[in-house]
Ligand binder design. Structure first.
Ligand code: CA
Ligand code: CA
Length: 137
């Protein structure tokens, strides 16, 4: 058996607009849909359970991509951030400056965002479309 980390690193897949969806006129999915897409691929939207996961995910993101969905949300209870499917407490903290901010009418889904030279977490509207996402398969 491989360690969880090796399995994660070998099998995690990154979907970009260049290769997903196949129809380039189709928008990339919103955060809710990404979960269903990852399940259909036999995995889950990627979680960040240890520092190596954060490093690995950041290493996958090509220059010029400013947002990438990952799994966390506070949809169940505002301010209570958990991983989904299975629901687990988020133990690490890679939030960007003054994030999460639940901006505007509310933001409940986690996304890696490029802040001043590094990728950190932001909360984003779960219904926002057209961002790539990372599945852990
Ligand atoms: Ca929120
Ligand atoms: Ca935000």
């Amino acid at each position: 058996m491989e360690s969880n980390n090796a399995s994660f690193q070998q099998l995690l897949r990154f979907f970009l607009s260049s290769n997903y969806p196949k129809d380039p006129t189709e928008l990339l999915p919103n955060a809710t849909n990404t979960i269903a897409h990852c399940i259909s691929f036999g995995g889950n939207l990627a979680k960040v359970l240890k520092p190596a996961d954060d490093e690995f995910i950041k290493g996958l993101i090509p220059a010029g991509v400013n947002y990438v969905w990952v799994d966390g949300s506070d949809e169940g209870k505002e301010g209570n951030w958990t991983w989904n499917n299975p629901m687990e407490t988020i133990l690490l903290d890679y939030w960007g400056p003054n994030r999460p901010d639940n901006f505007g009418s509310g933001q409940d889904c986690m996304i890696y965002r490029y802040f001043n030279g590094e990728y950190l977490w932001d909360d984003k509207e779960c219904t926002d479309n057209d961002y790539p996402f990372i599945c852990d398969i």
